[in-house]
Ligand binder design. Structure first.
Ligand code: AMP
Ligand code: MG
Length: 329
């Protein structure tokens, strides 16, 4: 195993290892670490140079802003103007897979914010992430630890696969629990606006704030630059399929080695396939989707066919990721 990858107990993280990782961050280095959503590529969130290293390592456009990870709600107060909606949501859902966008204070470098007046903040529900942020003593900027455009990493091996040479340390805390990224919402105003569906369901948000608006594509593009880019895509074509539907092949995929990712309909899948990955419910589908994409890509498959889930709960986030991974096919 490469020596940048170090195992860490996700429930009871080793203090010396956390201290070592925190020193790496305070010296301007990059540390990949597990959260409850996916693995993050962490750097000092108040250091513009560290932010530039993150963009470079990921090959990420510098106008696609980074999420700041904090270890407490009080830490968010020092970074942004907390609105009443934000306060309510923080109380209910932090720590957890919910990122809130707020008006930024001057302390957050513009590089981190991709030049915007707003900043995105989250308190992760993972002992390793929380211990690291606490020990560092500053917020950690941490986008998903993949090359830009690739499926997000849900284990340390996938981080190494994408970023091996450009990260100083990878804390390996095993597979992540949600498997999809956080839900991102704009709470700068009275209206709560969904910018990216994710691990926290819209139904849960509505139960606390009454309503959540989902602006059309163009609006989201303006408000959340990251959604503009092609994303989450394996190195082979991915098509989506709904039970009872014919598969609409986009090009010459017909004779190719097809593999299926499915959660409900696999047994009723219309054509024989050589190998499939089956999940028993939407939660497990979300948890395993990105690693399934990577696994099938490594297995020599030429086309991935992924089942299109219902929109409820985490299904909304799965739909979003499949849409972007398939480029709309
Ligand atoms: P990632 O870190 O790769 O999970 O992506 C972060 C997501 O949060 C992207 O979709 C960004 O566009 C979004 N985001 C980060 N900061 C802001 C912000 N200030 N305003 C709107 N969206 C943001
Ligand atoms: Mg990402």
């Amino acid at each position: 195993m490469p020596d940048t990858i170090v195992r860490i107990d996700p429930w009871n993280p080793d203090r010396e290892l956390i201290a070592r990782a925190a020193v790496t961050l305070s010296e301007g280095g990059l540390v990949a670490f597990p959260t409850e959503t996916v693995y993050g590529l962490g750097g000092n969130g108040l250091d513009p140079e560290a932010a530039r290293r993150i963009y470079r390592a990921k090959g990420r456009p510098s106008e696609n802003p980074l999420i700041l990870h904090v270890a407490s709600p009080a830490e968010a107060d020092s970074l942004a103007d907390i609105t009443p909606n934000a306060e309510k949501l923080i109380e209910h859902f932090w720590p957890g897979p919910l990122t809130i966008v707020l008006h930024s204070k001057a302390i957050v470098p513009l590089t981190v914010r991709g030049g915007l007046e707003t900043v995105a903040i989250r308190m992760p529900a993972h002992p390793v992430a929380l211990a690291l942020i606490e020990k560092a003593g500053f917020p950690i900027a941490a986008p998903s630890a993949n090359r830009s455009g690739r499926p997000s990493p849900t284990d340390a091996k996938s981080v190494f696969e994408d970023l091996g040479g450009s990260v100083d340390l990878i804390l390996d805390g095993g597979a992540t629990r949600y498997g999809v990224e956080s839900t991102v919402i704009d709470v700068t105003g009275n209206d709560v606006v969904l910018l990216r569906p994710g691990g926290m369901s819209v139904e849960d948000l509505i139960s606390v704030v009454g309503s959540v608006s989902s602006p059309d594509g163009e609006h989201v593009l303006k408000r959340s630059p990251g959604t503009r880019f092609r994303h989450y895509a394996p190195g082979i074509p991915l098509l989506t399929w709904r039970e009872g539907e014919e598969i609409r092949f986009a090009g010459d995929e017909h004779g190719k080695k097809r593999r299926v990712i499915s959660y409900m309909g696999m047994r009723r899948f219309p054509e024989e396939t050589l190998r499939s990955i089956y999940f028993e419910d939407p939660e497990n589908y979300a948890r395993g989707l990105f690693s399934a994409m990577r696994e099938l890509e490594r297995s020599g498959a030429e086309v991935i066919i992924a089942e299109w889930p219902e929109v409820e709960g985490v299904g909304r986030a799965i739909q979003d990721r499949l849409r972007r991974a398939s480029g709309g096919h």
